[in-house]
Design a protein around this ligand. Structure first.
Ligand code: FES
Length: 98
């Protein structure tokens, strides 16, 4: 897991902000940690040369959980387990062209 920001590498940013309060809306409360673990497995299984980076709020909390791919700034919102194959496929394509 990488926590720094290296603009030369392909990064998959998983927004994991935790908010507290009566009705907190945040990626952490929408299973972003589960998605992170699934993506960690997929990156390893597919030997993808990318960094998984946890990062705080994208200011699109209602649309979360959110995941962003850099470079390109592609953002997946309302991510679920069903979204993972598309994210992995996109990462594979970027790594192929890298
Ligand atoms: S907590 Fe995820 S976008 Fe704000």
């Amino acid at each position: 897991m990488v926590h720094s920001f290296d603009t030369k590498r392909v990064q998959l940013q998983i927004f994991t902000q935790q908010r507290y309060g009566p009705n907190p809306v945040c990626c952490a409360n929408k299973e972003s940690q589960v998605l992170l673990e699934l993506l960690r497995q997929e990156v390893a299984n597919n030997r993808l040369d990318i960094d998984l980076v946890t990062t705080p709020c994208l200011l699109r909390c209602d649309d979360g959980p959110n995941i962003r791919l850099l470079p390109g700034n592609k953002i997946w919102s309302f991510v679920s387990i069903d979204t993972i194959p598309d994210i992995v496929l996109t990462c594979k394509e970027i790594c192929k062209n890298d």
